[in-house]
Design a protein around this ligand. Structure first.
Ligand code: IMP
Length: 439
């Protein structure tokens, strides 16, 4: 399983793409069209929102699980976009018949609540929050409902229309919209729970792909500045129907620094030239909304929390190369309350406390050397090795994978997440907490 261990945009797409090339099934389990993944294959760039990027591999079955929320217009647009680039999703794309639908009413409600809010969340305005809220309130419309007779589908819409205070006249056009979308989606809808269990029994390799990140998780993130789903590892069970014991290694993807899109606390945020440099060198612009990402130093307190709430077995650390030209690099090892002086090693629950916290930094000497051409851990400049070992020591989790550039070859595998022997001869001793414990 691959999860985001920060506030989203950790570079999951590259790690997922690399693992998907060796997976039989790739399954999304939460979120919706708020997610944005960019993958480059050859000369072609693909942007994904709902469909797992594994669809680019002809042998891979892609599942959009019951825990996701599906805007049919966006999904059909994505399918058409892939077809235009010569990739046929039919037959390999399987959409849960239990997933909830984002209707245009949800998108409107999202936009309205953001506009009307004294303190907006900074959502992607994709209707995510209202769709999940209606799911929990038992008012939602599921993909399977699109296949129901008119009378019963209408009944679902009547409940929803009453909730949004919509006029009676809105019902028939929405029913027609649902019918139209349903007809086009029907070939993709299936019981993905049975599909996944059968795949597992047949010994197939399943990759669970989390969207967003731990800091945006509705239970463990910086509430209320979160998305409305469980982006953490537990979400994969509730969002696909697999049991917790059926999931293998959990890999948390983290950038070598931190970014965040939208509002909400971000203790290591840099509002100065250093932050601007991170944004420029790291090309930190949102895939879904095109918004500039806020940038800051690596936050080990937030990452430590991510290790716990996801049960991380390994880390994929991305974009180390973005730090190649800094004289000094900071890592927040804890937070300190500006007034009380109290220290926190993980994010505090109270928003006012979190907002009043400043980072306690450990400062590392930069390496001022390009790392992108390095092909194994020992090729990295000494200070970069030291930085990575410090992260592993602070989090007490090994770094399995290190990304030092956008290209596939710019990925150092220190421990294969699928447990395969490493052909490259790379050593598993590269970056582990135990190594650091002795220094
Ligand atoms: P929503 O998911 O559109 O409701 O947005 C809630 C918060 O999650 C906002 O701060 C968004 O910027 C953030 N968010 C949602 N999806 C992503 C993502 O894929 N990457 C990064 N941030 C996201």
């Amino acid at each position: 399983m691959v999860v985001g261990a920060q506030w989203g945009d950790e570079g999951k797409a590259k790690i997922v793409d690399w693992l998907a090339s060796r997976a039989d099934v790739v399954a999304r389990y939460q979120g919706g069209a708020n997610a944005g993944h960019t993958v480059r294959h050859g000369d072609t760039t693909y942007k994904f929102h709902l469909i797992p990027s594994g669809i680019l591999y002809p042998h891979t079955t892609c599942v959009i699980g019951s825990g996701t929320v599906i805007d049919p217009e966006r999904l059909l647009e994505e399918i058409a976009g892939l077809r235009a680039k010569g990739i046929e999703p039919a037959g390999r794309l399987k959409v849960s018949n239990r997933a909830h639908l984002t209707l245009p009413w949800h998108r409107d409600a999202d936009a309205k609540s953001e506009q009307g809010a004294a303190k907006p969340i900074g959502t992607t305005k994709r209707g995510i929050g209202p769709t999940y809220a209606d799911k929990i309130a038992r008012l939602g419309v599921r993909t399977a409902d699109l296949l129901e007779p008119d009378a019963s589908l209408r009944q679902r819409l009547v409940g929803l229309a009453a909730h949004y205070n919509l006029a009676e006249a809105e019902l028939d056009p929405m029913l027609a919209w649902c019918r139209e979308q349903g007809q086009q989606l029907a070939p993709y809808l299936t019981d993905t729970v049975s599909l996944l269990h059968e795949a597992r029994k047949a010994g197939k390799r399943i990759l669970f792909e989390g969207a967003q990140g731990t800091g945006l998780d509705v239970d463990f993130g910086t509430y209320p500045y979160v998305t409305s789903s469980n982006a953490t590892a537990g979400g994969a069970c509730t969002g696909t129907g697999m049991g917790p014991g059926q999931v293998g290694r959990v890999i948390g993807v983290m950038k070598a620094y931190t970014t965040r899109v939208g509002e909400g606390p971000f203790p290591t945020e840099l509002l100065d030239d250093t932050g601007k440099r991170l944004a420029e060198v790291g090309h930190e612009i949102g895939t879904t909304t095109g918004r500039a990402r806020r940038c800051g130093w690596f936050d080990a307190a937030a990452a430590r929390w991510a290790v716990m709430v996801n049960g991380l077995d390994g880390i994929a650390l991305t974009k180390l190369d973005v730090l190649d030209a800094f004289d000094e690099i900071n890592v927040a090892v804890a937070y300190r309350h500006r007034e009380t002086g109290e220290q926190y090693t993980v994010p505090p629950a109270q928003l006012s406390v979190m907002e009043a916290c400043e980072p306690v930094y450990e400062t590392f000497t930069g390496w001022n050397t390009p790392t992108t051409a390095c092909r194994q851990f020992s090729d990295l400049p000494e200070q970069a090795q030291h930085y990575l070992q410090a992260i592993s020591r602070l989090l007490q989790v090994p770094i399995d994978v290190l990304s030092i550039g956008p290209g596939r070859e710019e990925t150092l595998v220190l421990q294969d997440p699928f447990g395969e022997a490493l052909a490259s001869g790379a050593s598993t001793e590269g970056i582990t907490p135990s190594l650091l414990a002795s220094t």
